[in-house]
Design a protein around this ligand. Structure first.
Ligand code: 0X9
Ligand code: ZN
Length: 501
């Protein structure tokens, strides 16, 4: 058919599109085919919600009249008419949720209240290992609730922190279920599973199952395909897309300026309570790694979203490896977030770009609200991805590399460290301290001088009385860097083990 396109493409596509779109009072799911990625970019820019893609096709939600209207929908329709073939995959997306007709408890899905009640019950039953914290209040006065799992009070100091959240987008109900499953696994597994206990005792995990409770409640009770939050915009329309409102590279590609669009970016970066809450939390807590769950597409994304530009090669190599490892657990595909289209103001760009967290977005499932029977499997696999992140990414982007003790005497053992100039090209230090603790609990340190003729390498001997050690140096910005950030290395046990092999 491709040779006919120049003649027939436009008129044919307009004919095909017209009836479906003109009559659209319910949200529809369309599949459209493209040849030129310029059209995809234009579609993303128009504020269309592109949910899934192949090499030459993509699936897009065309909003219903009762959700968003006029301006943005007309614009989306105009761009869609450039695509030369379209299929209506789901004529009325609301009907996906007919399975919950007359079931206000939404079956296996948590309503917002059920999710928050469950977090409260965990905090009551397991106060030694979790608490509920509100990280902010929404327009409708709901708390944005987090379950903070791990040692509480003073015992929390110095532990690596992780964050897992769902429901940036209201209709993506499955994204609530994965964080809820993780919460359940951590708090109920504590008493019965030694590996879970070890993980909970050594880490702080912020679980925010419903980041956008106003929108999620609206989707669950009123307008099923609702995506955004519930801000009342200046033009009388409702909602800002929280995943276009983060203040890192806000206002660029793939985010709409139309308030009634499903991807409306808001009036300014962090104008919304949901994104401001995450901003304040993340800047305060300094997460090592995090995941934001969405649906759907079965993808694991790494930054950047805002641009086709790549992050530096050293970080990207690691991101790609981690995302691929995660995708091996849930069976999804790992890709750079902007691979099909760029979208600005999103969560993981902010988390990585501003706070340096190793941050991912996962698109769960093959539809917004999978059948109830599919939910346990999705939750099992993806909560396992969270556990993998907690186990493996406390030091995702290490500041240093360490050559383990290779030689020693009765007096001590030799160590060598190298600054990780690939990941941190600006890092410099004139010397590095090895800080060690001894059997009697005292702490001491010894200076490791630079190795002659080598770039950013330092070596020296740590005394035999050391039991555990880490390294510290003053970076060029005057900050003291500790590496590894959250733990110590164990010193070799005996002089024999310190002798060169
Ligand atoms: O558009 C979004 O915010 C996410 N997709 S969704 O269908 N759940 O709305 C994707 C976020 C990642 N960004 C890009 N792929 N550009
Ligand atoms: Zn989403």
């Amino acid at each position: 058919m491709s040779h006919l396109r120049p003649l027939l493409g436009w008129s044919l596509s307009l004919l095909l599109l017209a009836p479906a779109l003109q009559a659209a009072t319910s949200p529809q799911l369309l599949r459209v085919y493209f040849h030129d990625r310029k059209d995809v970019r234009a579609l993303a820019k128009s504020g269309a919600d592109i949910v899934r893609h192949g090499d030459h096709w993509l699936e897009v939600v065309v909003p219903g009249d009762d959700e968003v209207s006029t301006q943005s929908t007309i614009h989306i329709q105009r761009i869609l008419s450039r695509f030369d073939k379209q299929e209506v995959l789901v004529k009325n997306l609301d009907s996906l949720l007919d399975q919950f007709q007359g079931r206000p408890d939404l079956g296996v899905y948590h309503t917002v209240k059920e999710a928050h009640d469950e977090l409260a019950a965990y905090a009551k039953q397991y106060p030694q290992i979790c608490r509920v914290e509100s990280i902010g209040k929404t327009f409708e006065g709901r708390d944005i609730e987090a379950l903070v799992v791990g040692p509480q009070g003073a015992k929390a100091a110095g532990k690596p922190k992780f964050m897992f959240c769902g429901a940036h987008h209201s209709r993506e109900w499955i994204s609530v279920e994965v964080p809820m499953t993780l919460a359940k696994k951590l708090v109920t597994g504590y008493a019965t599973d030694p590996a879970t206990k070890a993980l909970v005792d050594s880490r702080i995990t912020w679980i925010i199952p419903v980041l956008n409770p106003d929108g999620t409640n609206y989707s669950q009770t009123a307008s099923k395909m609702w995506r955004k939050n519930r801000r009342k915009n200046s033009d009388g329309s409702f909602g800002v897309d929280p995943n276009r409102n983060y203040g890192y590279q806000w206002g660029g590609l793939g985010a709409s300026t139309y308030p009634d669009s499903d991807t409306y970016r808001g009036e300014a970066g962090f104008s919304e309570p949901e994104t401001a809450a995450i901003r304040d939390l993340a800047r305060r807590e300094h997460f090592a790694a995090d995941i934001s769950f969405h649906s759907y597409s079965e993808l694991v994304f790494w930054p950047w979203s805002y641009s086709d530009d790549h992050i530096d090669a050293a970080h990207e190599t690691l991101y790609k490896k981690f995302a691929t490892d995660m995708a091996a657990i849930n069976g999804y595909t790992a890709e750079k977030s902007s691979d099909l289209y760029a979208s600005s103001g999103d969560f993981d760009d902010f988390m990585f770009g501003d706070t340096k967290a190793c941050s991912f977005t996962i698109e769960l499932a093959q539809t917004f609200v999978p059948a109830e029977s599919e939910v346990p499997d999705i939750c099992e696999k993806n909560s396992n991805v969270c556990l993998w992140v907690m186990k493996n990414l406390e030091d995702a982007f290490p500041r240093m590399a360490h050559t383990p003790p290779a030689s020693g005497t009765a007096d001590g053992f030799n160590v060598q460290v190298t600054l990780n100039k690939d990941l941190y090209p600006d890092d410099n230090a004139s010397s590095v301290s090895a800080v060690y603790s001894t059997a009697d609990g005292s702490i001491a340190s010894t200076e490791l001088p630079a190795v002659a003729g080598q770039k950013a390498a330092f070596s020296g001997m740590i005394p035999a009385k050391a039991k555990a050690y880490h390294f510290e140096y003053k970076a060029s910005d005057g900050q003291t860097v500790r590496w590894p950030p959250y733990r110590d290395f164990d010193a070799p046990a005996s002089p024999q083990q310190r002798v060169a092999r």
